[in-house]
Design a binder for this molecule. Structure first.
Ligand SMILES: [Zn+2]
Length: 415
């Protein structure tokens, strides 16, 4: 019998990435495809066009996740799920997230071409809002699917223009009509996610596939400071409640506290909103984001727990509120999944190395509900969340070949 990996088509996989990249294409070769935007809807419609001729059944759930199912011979057996996300950062690239969805499609197309009818169904999933740049925090769809976050809370989240997830989702469903709905969540046999590494290691070490050992933990916060608007010329320093001065003092104190000589802690303030943001008005309201990561869960907990206290200490005359938006400890994928990926790659002559994921992925939430694993492929110089993001067609094909083998194994397994 021929192997499914033999049917992976390097060129088709590459071309599909180029087609996907037209939905939200930027002038400098990147992609802006925010979650639940018209571009996201166009990408979803494209997926339907590719999936339909393969006989895959499209469906969507209440959290806006989209599924494409290759039906197994035992429809009652929990499915094997593979995929990632179609949304990008505001100036993102052609491969982050998209690769996992299209590698899943390629793997399933190869399985069909090899004449294999697996026992379990295989679902290719495009999770809603992984990036979290339009609606924070990210990984909303997988969190809702896995029961880590309540759907009602997610639907209430607003973007910078005040649009809720609920209304953006309604709009997306109008733009992608006639897709049957399926219940949110449900039993899953196993989850495998393919993704670009988003770091330089695989490329430097010259491996086309990395077996992901685990994911670095992350806590995100929103700090909201309330001061008072005043005239920049007439109000004295004594009288001022300058929310931006308070924010600066907090950020500086946090940067000091979170500085480690070993350079392991990752502390980022990526978003700062100043109100009224006028040159001659003392800022009345400031909010900023905190993204804190550490591979050791205990350290992540300890450091994150200091944030509210440090902010309160540096608030000066202003009021400060620190809200934790998400908390995910560092995790290790089960050996059974890592071994399966390693062995499948071995069998088809793809060399692998073990690699730790410093970035978060939807697999984090799936790990809570089923055996999960990830496959990384190299990306050019580790550049990501950037319009220059790139990957090699041959590496992409190697990842899809390994994925195809792993999916067939998982889909035929009894337990
Ligand atoms: Zn991603």
């Amino acid at each position: 019998m021929s192997r499914p990996s033999d049917y992976v088509d390097t060129n088709r996989l590459w071309e599909r990435h180029m087609t996907m990249a037209t939905y939200g294409a930027t002038a400098s070769g990147g992609v802006t495809r925010l979650a639940l935007s018209p571009e996201d809807a166009a990408a979803r419609r494209q997926m339907i066009r590719w999936a339909a001729p393969l006989g895959l059944k499209a469906s969507t759930d209440a959290a806006g996740n989209m599924f494409f199912r290759l039906c197994g011979s035992d429809p009652d057996a929990p499915p094997v799920v593979t995929g990632s996300h179609l949304d990008t950062q505001p100036s993102g690239g052609k491969f982050d997230g998209v690769y996992g969805v299209l590698a899943g499609l390629e793997a399933v197309e190869a399985i069909v071409a090899a004449g294999i009818k697996p026992r379990r169904s295989i679902d290719i999933v495009a999770w809603m809002n992984e990036e979290g740049s339009r609606f924070a925090p990210g990984m909303m769809g997988s969190a809702a699917f896995a029961g880590a976050r309540a759907l009602e809370d997610i639907l209430r989240v607003r973007d910078a223009d005040g649009v809720t997830v609920a209304s953006a989702l309604e709009q997306t469903n109008e733009l992608v009509p006639n897709v049957p709905t399926r219940p949110l969540g449900g039993a899953v046999h196993a989850y495998v996610e393919a993704h670009i590494e988003q770091g330089p290691i695989l490329e430097r070490e010259n491996y086309s596939v990395g077996v992901v050992t685990g994911i670095q933990g992350k806590r995100t916060f929103r700090v909201v400071i309330e001061g008072e608007a005043a005239h920049a010329g007439t109000s004295t320093r004594q009288e001022r409640k300058d929310a931006l001065m308070a924010a600066m003092s907090m950020i500086q104190a946090l940067a000091g506290l979170l500085h480690d000589d070993a350079d392991v802690v990752k502390f980022t303030v990526g978003r700062l909103v100043v109100v009224p943001n006028a040159p001659s008005v003392v800022p009345s309201d400031v909010s900023f984001s905190i993204d804190l990561r550490h591979p050791v869960s205990d350290e992540l907990v300890r450091l994150g727990d200091c944030i509210a206290t440090v902010c309160a200490q540096h608030a000066g005359p202003c009021e400060v509120k620190v809200e934790e938006l998400s908390s995910a400890l560092s995790l290790e994928f089960p050996s059974s999944m890592k071994d399966r990926i390693r062995n499948a790659a071995d069998r088809i002559g793809v060399r692998t190395m073990d690699i730790y994921s410093a970035a978060g992925h939807d697999a984090r939430y799936m790990h809570d509900i089923c055996a999960s694993g990830m496959i990384f492929i190299p990306c050019y110089k580790g550049i990501t969340h950037n319009e220059a993001e790139s990957a090699l067609a041959t590496d992409m094909a190697d990842g899809a070949r390994v994925l195809a083998e792993v999916l067939v194994e998982l889909a035929s397994s009894e337990s």
